[in-house]
Design a protein around this ligand. Structure first.
Ligand code: ARG
Length: 462
């Protein structure tokens, strides 16, 4: 392809330099955004009298033709081209002749690429938002199914206090809810148009940046042209939001891996989302969850990549910035895949509620409730805590549980203890007494589920 910018140089660039310089393999993904952006630009140039209305119409027609041909496959992207912007303009000029050369009036590739990138990522955010909402629905439905199933809650990976499996799952729903908030915030800051910043300084033509921005669905325009072409915060911010979201998926994956192990046996993952071993016939491996956990590292890498590309750059555009897209695209692709896999796998996850309950019974996880019982009998909490701890130590020595200690043994530890202690340490009662806002009681979990469903409905405008 002849270079559109040929003019100043006396010599051809080296083939190796051309290949090194080319970004079309990565940025051809933005073909539709590039063409749509150019159509709005042509319309603005026509409306402002910078080119004639007839020329504007010809350009828009020509661009629509290129879009249609790319969609139908009659036109293929030329991987020898420097980038998608050059490719589209070149094809347009080949097809339209002289008028094609007018498209690039009052703009630069610097504001063009910033525009395309924002438009592309804006759509990615919308897709990721929908997929996150879908996974949130799946998790919340599971939480409802297990809202009364007792599970040992852990701190330090030591059995701590009884919770319900529904409550535990709702913790993940809350994380995803914040992920949705972050995506919405990020989209808002992203949805500002840089086009019309031109190379860096704005332009002498009487352009109407707001008209162009509005035609492309932006909420406003970048208010400083240097910032307009230099800013990639929106991409870094998206990668940060996606990194946090992946961290959440990774923690859930880690728990699924633990819970499905033979040691825990708390959940069974569906066959459709597990694999066997090529040598060990008994194996059922949680590969999907492991891959989600593993791919979290890629997304963190993508975040580090974009931050590092930007950190030393003087204003305004530098070619380094061509390296901004590949990692960000990878982050979006990865997150979309992981969300789909998780949403596919979780409906088939079965909780082994008997195992969960048995584990809850063996870990003295009602020791806090025993202390609270003594407090209700008039002891200060610290003294109650001590007696409860001594009884746990006795149980461990004598291989008993708090439930199997006799009333005499209890009375020996404290005369304040009566027959009703057994009710106080019953696991179901322990859970359902935790009615504090956001606590683990079934009624509190029901409130959480309702809140999440309402927010999802609000998001969909229902
Ligand atoms: N392919 C380039 C990029 O992705 C487009 C902008 C090039 N601008 C320039 N002045 N060389 O950043």
């Amino acid at each position: 392809m002849n270079k559109l910018w040929a003019g100043r140089s006396e010599q051809e660039t080296a083939k190796l330099a051309d290949d090194f310089n080319s970004s079309i393999a990565v940025d051809s993904r933005m073909a539709r955004q590039d063409i749509t952006g150019s159509m709005a630009h042509a319309a603005m140039l026509g409306a402002q009298g910078i080119i004639s209305q007839t020329e504007a119409a010809q350009l828009i027609d020509g661009l629509q033709g290129i879009l249609d041909d790319l969609d139908s496959g009659t036109l293929a992207v030329d991987l020898q081209a420097e980038d998608i912007h050059m490719f589209v303009e070149q094809v347009l000029t080949e097809r339209l002749g002289e008028v094609g050369k007018k498209l690039h009036t009052a703009r630069s590739r610097n504001d063009q690429v910033a525009l395309d990138f924002r438009m592309y990522l804006r759509e990615e955010v919308d897709e990721i938002t929908a997929l996150t909402g879908a996974l949130l629905t799946v998790i919340t439905d599971k939480a409802e199914a297990y809202k009364a199933a007792i599970l040992p809650g852990y701190t330090h990976l030591q059995r701590a206090q009884p919770v319900t499996f529904g409550h535990h799952l709702m913790a993940y729903s809350m994380m995803l809810l914040r992920d949705l908030d972050r995506l919405a915030d990020c989209r808002e800051r992203m949805n500002v148009s840089p086009i019309g910043s031109c190379a860096l300084a704005g332009t002498t033509y009487r352009t109407d940046r707001r008209m162009e921005a509005e035609a492309l669905g932006f909420d406003g325009i970048c208010l400083n042209s240097i910032d307009g072409v230099s800013d990639r915060d929106f991409a870094a911010e998206l990668c940060a939001a996606l990194s946090i979201e992946m961290m959440h998926l990774s923690r859930l994956s880690e728990e699924l891996i633990l819970w499905s192990s033979w040691e825990f046996q708390f959940v069974t993952l569906p066959d459709a989302y597990t694999t066997g071993s090529s040598i060990m016939p008994q194996k059922k491996n949680p590969d999907m969850a492991e891959l989600v956990r593993g791919k979290t590292g890629r997304v963190y890498g993508d975040l580090m990549g974009i931050l590092t590309v930007l950190k030393g750059l003087p204003l305004a555009y530098n070619k380094d910035m061509q390296e901004d897209k590949e990692g960000v695209f990878d982050a979006c692709d990865t997150v979309k895949l992981c969300l789909q896999v998780m949403a596919g796998m979780l409906p088939g996850m079965k909780a082994n509620t008997d195992r969960m309950l048995a584990a809850a019974r063996e870990g003295f996880i009602n020791a806090t409730d025993l202390a609270d019982y003594l407090v209700s009998r008039g002891l200060p909490f610290r003294s109650a805590y001590k007696i409860s701890g001594q009884l746990v130590a006795k149980c461990i020595r004598e291989r008993k549980t708090l439930e199997t200690l006799s009333l005499d043994e209890y009375k020996e530890a404290s005369p304040l203890i009566g027959e009703d202690v057994y009710e106080a340490i019953d696991l179901n009662n322990c859970v359902n007494k935790r009615v504090s806002a956001g606590g683990t009681s079934v009624s509190s979990v029901e409130t959480q589920i309702e809140t999440v469903r309402q927010k999802l409905a609000d998001m969909k405008g229902e």
